[in-house]
Write a protein that binds this ligand. Sequence first.
Ligand code: ADP
Length: 329
Amino acid sequence: MKKRFFSGIQPTGEIHIGNYLGAIQRWVELANNPEYEGILSIVDYHAMTMPYEAKELTAKIKEAATMIMACGIQPHNSILFIQSHVPEHTELAWIFNCNCTMGELSRMTQFKDKSQDRGESVWAGLFTYPVLQAADILLYKAQYVPVGEDQLQHLELSRDIARRFNARFGEVFPEPQALLGEARRVLGIDGDKKMSKSLGNTISLSESSQEIWKKLSTAKTDERRKRRQDPGIPTDCNIFTSYHRYFTGKEELATIDRECRCAGIGCMDCKKILAKNMETILSPIREKYYELKKDFSAVEQFLNASALRCHSIAQETMTEVRKKIGIRW
Ligand code: ADP
């Protein structure tokens, strides 16, 4: 029996290097490991929890699917589907809504952050978002969820929901475990907040090397390095901790660390090395992305086949769930 993992991404903007380092890179690694079976989803219902334009959502769903394929999620190693193509997600979410308390949801820090300054005008869906997320994972009885640190609290709630459901109605769901990679929380180019599609502080995977350089060249470094000859502390520099650490090989990383500390290299030199190393990793993904984008049919076929497979797993789970909760016999 393969170990099943589930993970999702919101189609709310261009996929960025935080998504890549924190989640997608891990998906690809696991997908290519014969011990695992991966179910990955473009979670379009989640994207509706904040105000959005319908036409833009269609384009973003397509872009997200194309980019994930370009990163290495392919029909031979995974399932990649659009959440709304499998209606059982919202059915199970409703059942879980009646298995999760207002108190639990009120403690979710992501809700507090996203609803800040918006008072009572936020959609109810933003509040119940973690319940739908629990349904996404548990519908497939996934044992593992590769995510970034921002999702740990939601995942803990998924485990609580599974445990409570099993205790009330009988054993159905496993308690899913997080699989955290090294890049748990990649900061944005502002060097301050988590890189996030909704915060406009991203470097997206589809950006050209020129666009990336434009962002890197003005990005914040160790603020104590005011002049070229000032020594720096790499661990206090976002360029080093958030990006070099993941895009640069061990030996070169050690050299940068040493040379920054004695002002042997300046911040611009350091950023140029980073730009070169990012290009090595990102350019094949970018090329594949634009190639797939020219003819969407390969992506569409993958999405359709995946939806059929997911629908069949979801139906099995729901048959079991409906009986357990007393609405079928
Ligand atoms: P965003 O915050 O950009 O909208 P999503 O909510 O769609 O991202 O998250 C998709 C996946 O990417 C999740 O597993 C999430 O934990 C991960 N992720 C998102 N941003 C980061 C980040 N800055 N660092 C590490 N992982 C991240």
